[in-house]
Every structure is written in structure tokens, then in C-alpha cells.
Design a protein around this ligand. Structure first.
Ligand SMILES: Nc1ncnc2c1ncn2[C@@H]1O[C@H](COP(=O)(O)OP(=O)(O)OP(=O)(O)O)[C@@H](O)[C@H]1O
Length: 549
């Protein structure tokens, strides 16, 4: 119920109207049964039936339309909620910090985007059966009470017992399903390994077998076992509820035969009503697994602790053209390990970047260069220390504005096929052609209305396209994370001796992470990053004296 109400926050009125229609259709259904019961009574005393047949036809026509309208309204609402949920989770994901997304990892997020949304969607699709089932159950109970109080008391006692057992079975099933859902994250991790490690798996039969036998199969097997147990409880519950309904009939007949309780008309009416109840009840019980899985998926989405939705994605920032100085003071960042202990730490970093400078960062693998780049671009937020940009201290309120001054090509960049300019519009074709020429890609790629015809290129060429995207964004600060590492020697030279100076001449500030020491002389400043600390290399002193900044 909590799941339904929180998701229906914008359509509660419509939902209550649909429930009202559903209840009305349930009342009409019970009225049809009462009517048939009445007709059977009249038939037994040989009364005229022509008027009754017309009433009966009108009643079932009314029932048909009412059921159709109420259920199609709930179905449409369900689809709307799923649509809103899909967009809402995507918006929240886009608002979530890069750090949080990195912490969660892609398999966990993919499991939510596919599994959880599908489960919630299925839960909503079962809503018409649930609402109709509950309405019919309530109306039928009202009719049963009206027919006979003693029979009703017996029915209530048996129903309470049945529900108690059913609830226990559903709790057990829910426990299993929750464990299945937790295991789905590992299953997605295996899927990711299978796809991303396709070359390695194809080349090594041993790894292929090991991966299949030690990872994929046990994970899938665990899910199979728990799913089987969970579904066994669900099937048991279905059979139990079905049998309980028949038991009610047996008890009512027994009460009449053995203790002469009620009249034969009451018994017939009771049996008819209880039999009528079986199908909506089966629909309701049958939709419980979807509801359970929907609730599990909903709580799983909550555990991701995604950011809240807000409007900042569509905000237009006024860019500081003349920011002059970017200052980092005592900036520190700690990675946490899986046990929440502090892992690798970066900083304290004290750094001054002047507008228009060409800066190189060098350092060994794992020394913290990419982490520093993420901190500088505002993708990771410093745990301690401050960033001052264009005279403004950077905080949560102006972080989005600050980030909008950066273009970054990371080592693990993603290449969007659509080109956009600094205004988020399709860029000028002449400008794109000009940059494609510059990046020696004009024979490889064509662009039509801002859409690249392909991104299926070599790694070095894809990196050139990533640089094209950065060119077109026309941001003031460009960070390039080992951009030249995948380029051939000739183009690497072009990059250092032509492209970077040209960007600098256009007033861009460039921070290039690099290992290419032949080109260090071209930079205004060179810094070495070592074990998370940053030191400026004194360029005047060719003996490479490291000077702490
Ligand atoms: N997601 C992460 N979770 C925990 N620790 C991490 C994570 N990413 C990096 N680290 C730690 O931070 C250190 C610095 O990583 P970083 O990617 O900044 O290094 P780098 O200098 O860019 O390395 P490379 O030259 O190999 O790309 C790593 O040695 C690692 O211990």
C-alpha cells in the first residue's frame, strides 16, 4: 500500500475514482448473484420470468461496462506511474554525484534500471486484479452477512484462519524473493564481466570454464533455488485459499444438514456467492507475488540513496568569462574501502591556476592524477579544504555553475553521438568540419545535423572525437587525462605542438595529464603527483628539483 500511495502522489484523485468504479462493479457483480438466487427461488414456485430476464440483461451490460471502465482506468494509471517512475529514477540518477555512482557500481544500477523498474511496473499492472478482487471480497462478505448471520460468523472464523496462514506463507516467500533480488546484483556483475570480458573469455577456454562454473552458474543456481522456494510458498498459498473457499461451502452445508441452520434458499445463495468469489479471489492471490516483488524493488531503489529530483538539470548558468584565478587550498579526498575504512587519500592540495595557463600533471600509475582531475572539475567533492574560483568559494549552491566551466576527456570517457555547442544546440557544420580536419578525422567520420555517423572507431580516433566534443562545448578549462597516450607519434606531436598552443591562444586553460616528458618544455607549469600529493617541478632547474607548492 505504501508503494502504491507514494507512487500515485500525482494521481490520487483518479485512483480513488477508479477504486470507486471498481467497488461499484463489484457491488453490481454481487447484485447479479443475488438476482440469480432470487430467480431460482421464483422458478421453484413457477413465477413469470420475462421482466426478470430484461433486468438481468441490463444488469450484466452495466456490469460489463463498469468493469471495463474501472479496470482500464487503473491500467492507464499504472502505466502512467511506471512512466513517471522511469523518468524520476533517471533524473535522480543524473542528479546523483559521480562518487555515489562509482561507489554503487554499474551492475547495481543496471539491476535497478531494468529489474526493479520492471518489477514495480508488473506490480502496477496487477493493480486492476487487486482492486477488483478486494472490492468483490468486501461486497460478497456484505451479501453473505445479509444472507445469514450464523453462516457469516463461521465464514469469518475460517477466513481469519486462512488469512493468517496465507500471510505467514507470503512472509516466507517475501524473504526468499528479497534474497533473490540481492543476488541479482551479482548476476548483473557476471553479465557485465561476460560482455566486457568477451575477448578474454573467448581466448582462454580455462578462464571461460572457470568463469562459467565458479561464478555464473553458482549465482544463477542460487537464484533458481530461492525462486523455486518462494514460488512454492506462493503456489501453496493459492491452493490453500482455493481449498479454504471450498471448505466454507462444506461447513455451510454441514451446518444446515446437521444442525438445521438456515433455509435451503440461504444455503443455495451462500454456495453461489462463495463460488462467485473464487475467481476474483484467485486473481487477487495470484497478483500477490507481483506486489511483493514490486515492494522489494521499491525498497531496493531506496537503498541506492540516489539524489532527490530537482530542477537544476535545466538551469542555464551564466559563465564567468574572466575568472582569472582558480585556487585550491588544503583540498583532501579519502577513498573508503569496502569495510568503510579509509583507503587511498589525496591531498592536501594547494594549487593556483591562472586563466590561460597550459599545465601538465605527471606521475606514476595510481598516484592520484585522475582523482585530482575529478576534484578539480567538481565531480568529486573535497572532504576537507576549499576551492575558490573567480572570487567565489565553491559550495553546494554554486557547484553546478563551477562545473560548467570545465570540459574533461577522461581515460574512460563516453562518446555521445550527438554534437552540441555551448548553448546545447546543433553546432555550425563549418566549425565541425574545421575541427574534423584538425583532428585528421575528415575521411573517417561524417556529421549530419549534429549527429556523428559512427563512433565505431579505433581508440585513438575515438579519443580525437572526444576532443572534438570538448572543442565544441567551448568551455574555459579543458582537462585531458592522458589524451595523447593512444595517439600515434606524428599526431602526438601535432597535439603538443599545434592543438594545445592553439587552444591556449584562444584563451583556454588546459590541464593535461601526461607521461610525455619530451614536451614538458611547452607547458607553463609542470606538476608531479606522488602518492596523492602534488609538487611543482621547477622548470628552470633542469635537475628536476621538486618544489612543494
Ligand atoms: N573507485 C575507487 N575506490 C577506491 N579507491 C580508488 C578508486 N579509484 C581509485 N582508487 C585509489 O586511488 C588511487 C589513485 O587512483 P587514480 O585513478 O587517481 O590514479 P591515476 O594517477 O590516475 O592512475 P593511472 O595513471 O593508472 O590512471 C589508486 O591507486 C587507488 O588506490
Amino acid at each position: 500500500m505504501k508503494l502504491i500511495f507514494s507512487l500515485l502522489k500525482n494521481s490520487r484523485l483518479k485512483f480513488f475514482f477508479a477504486i470507486f468504479l471498481s467497488a461499484l462493479s463489484a457491488v453490481t457483480g454481487v447484485a447479479v448473484i443475488a438476482f440469480i438466487n432470487d430467480v431460482i427461488g421464483k422458478l421453484s414456485v413457477g413465477e413469470e420470468l420475462s421482466f426478470s430476464i430484461l433486468t438481468f440483461l441490463l444488469l450484466i451490460l452495466f456490469l460489463f461496462f463498469l468493469t471495463f471502465f474501472s479496470q482500464s482506468l487503473i491500467t492507464a494509471l499504472g502505466h502512467k506511474v511506471v512512466y513517471e517512475l522511469r523518468l524520476s529514477i533517471s533524473r535522480r540518477l543524473m542528479n546523483t554525484s559521480v562518487e555515489r555512482i562509482d561507489q554503487l557500481g554499474q551492475p547495481v544500477i543496471m539491476a535497478t534500471l531494468t529489474n526493479d523498474i520492471a518489477a514495480i511496473s508488473k506490480a502496477f499492472n496487477s493493480l486492476p486484479f487487486v482492486v477488483f478482487g478486494i472490492s468483490v471480497i468486501f461486497c460478497s462478505y456484505g451479501y453473505l452477512l445479509w444472507l445469514s448471520i450464523p453462516f457469516f460468523i463461521a465464514t469469518m472464523i475460517m477466513s481469519a484462519f486462512s488469512i493468517w496462514i496465507g500471510r505467514k506463507l507470503m512472509i516466507i516467500s517475501r524473504g526468499y524473493k528479497k534474497r533473490v533480488r540481492d543476488n541479482d546484483d551479482s548476476l548483473y556483475e557476471n553479465y557485465q564481466a561476460m560482455l566486457q570480458g568477451r575477448n578474454e573469455l573467448k581466448l582462454s577456454q580455462e578462464r571461460n570454464t572457470f568463469f562459467y562454473q565458479e561464478h555464473l552458474e553458482p549465482t544463477a543456481e542460487y537464484t533458481r533455488k530461492l525462486d523455486t522456494k518462494a514460488d512454492r510458498m506462493i503456489v501453496l498459498n493459492g491452493s490453500w485459499i482455493n481449498t479454504s473457499v471450498l471448505l466454507v461451502i462444506a461447513v455451510v452445508v454441514l451446518m444446515h444438514v446437521q444442525f438445521s441452520i438456515g433455509t435451503i434458499e440461504q444455503v443455495t445463495g451462500y454456495v453461489l456467492a462463495v463460488l462467485f468469489l473464487r475467481s476474483p479471489m484467485a486473481g487477487f492471490v495470484g497478483s500477490l507475488p507481483s506486489l511483493i516483488q514490486g515492494a522489494i524493488a521499491f525498497s531496493k531503489v531506496k537503498t541506492l540513496a540516489l539524489a532527490e529530483e530537482d530542477e537544476h538539470q535545466t538551469k542555464q548558468f551564466s559563465i564567468a568569462e574572466n575568472w582569472q584565478v582558480l585556487n585550491l587550498k588544503g583540498v583532501e579526498y579519502d577513498y573508503t574501502t569496502q569495510n568503510d575504512d579509509i583507503g587511498f587519500s589525496v591531498g592536501p592540495i594547494d594549487l593556483t591556476i591562472n586563466q590561460g595557463e597550459l599545465i601538465f600533471w605527471v606521475g606514476g600509475n595510481g598516484c592520484g592524477k585522475s582523482t585530482c582531475a575529478r576534484l578539480l572539475a567538481g565531480l568529486y567533492q573535497a572532504h576537507r579544504g576549499t576551492i575558490e574560483f573567480s572570487g567565489e568559494m565553491i559550495n553546494q549552491d554554486n557547484l553546478g555553475w563551477y562545473r560548467n566551466h570545465f570540459s574533461v576527456v577522461f581515460a574512460d570517457f563516453y562518446l555521445f553521438k550527438n554534437l552540441i555547442n555551448e548553448e546545447g544546440k546543433i553546432p555550425d557544420t563549418k566549425l565541425v568540419t574545421h575541427y574534423l580536419d584538425k583532428l585528421a578525422l575528415n575521411n573517417k567520420v561524417t556529421v549530419k545535423e549534429g549527429l556523428l555517423n559512427t563512433t565505431e572507431l579505433s581508440q585513438g580516433q575515438r579519443k580525437r572525437l572526444a576532443l572534438l566534443l570538448a572543442y565544441l562545448e567551448n568551455r574555459s578549462i579543458i582537462i585531458l587525462d592522458e589524451w595523447a597516450a593512444d595517439q600515434d607519434p606524428a599526431f602526438r606531436r601535432t597535439f603538443y605542438t599545434e592543438l594545445l598552443p592553439e587552444l591556449q591562444a584562444r584563451g583556454k586553460t588546459i590541464i593535461a595529464i601526461t607521461h610525455d616528458d619530451h614536451y614538458f618544455h611547452l607547458a607553463d607549469k609542470v606538476y608531479r603527483i606522488d602518492a596523492g600529493k602534488i609538487f611543482q617541478i621547477n622548470k628552470q632547474n633542469q635537475q628536476s628539483t621538486w618544489k612543494s607548492t
